[in-house]
Design a protein around this ligand. Structure first.
Ligand SMILES: *Cc1c(COP(=O)(O)O)cnc(C)c1O
Length: 339
């Protein structure tokens, strides 16, 4: 189940679905304006060639190693549609991005859930032992924010029986990434999104990096025109302006440190995060009422009503002002609900 999206007109401090609090590059808005004319009567480029060429140049991979999708959510769905028959195993460490579970069920696959170790250490041996057709690793992981070093990801790629999908939705907030594995390991698919670090969640653009044969499988099940003209133009402009993205990321990382310190002062245990959110825990306390108290004052954070996560809140890193307001309201919510 995705996080709540407030109805039109409701003003909230939105810290529940890891959107970027800062606007995208001004070049995105220019590119959108320039693309809005009568050409909208024409179908878009089914191959998103200009966007893929830009991504290939930026990330130093051949263009035939890149596929563009309608958000990385679409790319996840295409991968499973292309590879999973009923009964096939798909493994992933848990807790993680809940869409994996949903998409495996849609394909009739068998989900193999491997619990993370203490402090979200990678359960590499158990993942490899699953002999799954597809293994997912969300890195940095959601909802924990924790990061697995790329050497360990490379070892996992060599150990699994099938395809290793490295979902790097948050990797621009982290110290390293797995793109260098794509050239040497034909079973690795790296997924990126422009929704988080590039502030383009509303335009739905994701990128898959992998061996051309692996991408050919995804192409066979993809809609020809999966990515509309405006999104292609906007995404290309966003990638062309690294300065804006990296400045926003730097600001978010600074605020992340302040948010973490503030939460620790309030008595939360906070996992070290390399993403644009943190997981704050009060061991043994169901935090559903705290999330509800925050929502009552129009601050949305994410609470997962599951046995392993009910004592935690996942909080997106917003602006400094939003973070200060959150910490203030959280202190009040905790004061009226000691626990
Ligand atoms: C946000 C997110 C996505 C989805 O990205 P879109 O490109 O917006 O579809 C994929 N994986 C993870 C782990 C995410 O958090």
């Amino acid at each position: 189940m995705p996080g709540e999206q407030p109805g039109p007109g409701r003003r909230v401090v939105k810290l529940n679905t890891n959107e970027n609090p800062y606007p995208p590059s001004p070049r995105v808005v220019e590119a959108l304006r320039a693309a809005i004319d009568e050409r909208v009567r024409l179908y878009p480029d089914p191959e998103a060639s200009a966007l893929r060429a830009r991504a290939a140049a930026l990330y130093g991979v051949p263009a035939d190693h890149v596929l563009a999708g309608n958000g990385s959510d679409e790319l996840l769905a295409l991968l499973l549609r292309a590879t999973i028959d009923p009964g096939d195993r798909v493994a992933f460490p848990v807790p993680t991005y809940s869409l994996y579970e949903t998409l495996v069920a849609v394909q009739g696959g068998e989900a193999v859930r491997v619990p993370f170790g203490d402090d979200f250490a990678l359960p590499a041996a158990a993942l490899a032992a699953a002999r799954a057709r597809v293994t997912f690793l969300c890195n940095p992981n959601s909802p924990s924010g924790t990061f697995v070093p790329i050497d360990a990801v490379a070892d996992l790629a060599d150990a699994v029986a099938g395809i290793l999908v490295v979902d790097e939705a948050y990797v621009d907030f982290a110290p390293d990434h797995a793109l260098r594995l794509v050239g040497t390991r034909p079973n690795v698919l790296v997924l990126r999104t422009l929704s988080k670090s590039y502030s383009l969640a509303g335009l739905r653009v994701g990128l898959a990096f992998g061996h051309p044969e692996l991408l050919a499988g995804l192409r066979t099940v993809k809609d020809s025109y999966n990515l509309n003209r405006l999104s292609q133009a906007a995404a290309e402009a966003a990638l062309a302006d690294q300065t804006t993205m990296t400045a926003n990321v730097a600001r978010i990382r600074r605020t992340r440190a302040a948010l973490t310190a503030g939460l620790e002062r309030l008595g939360f245990a906070v996992l070290p995060s390399e993403a644009n959110f943190v997981l704050a825990r009060r061991r043994g306390t169901d935090l559903a009422p705290v999330a509800a108290a925050l929502a009552a004052c129009d601050i949305l954070v994410r609470h997962f009503a599951t046995p392993t996560l009910r004592d935690a809140l996942r909080i997106t890193v917003g602006t400094d002002e939003e973070t200060a307001l959150l910490l203030d309201r959280l202190a009040s919510a905790l004061a009226i609900r000691p626990g």
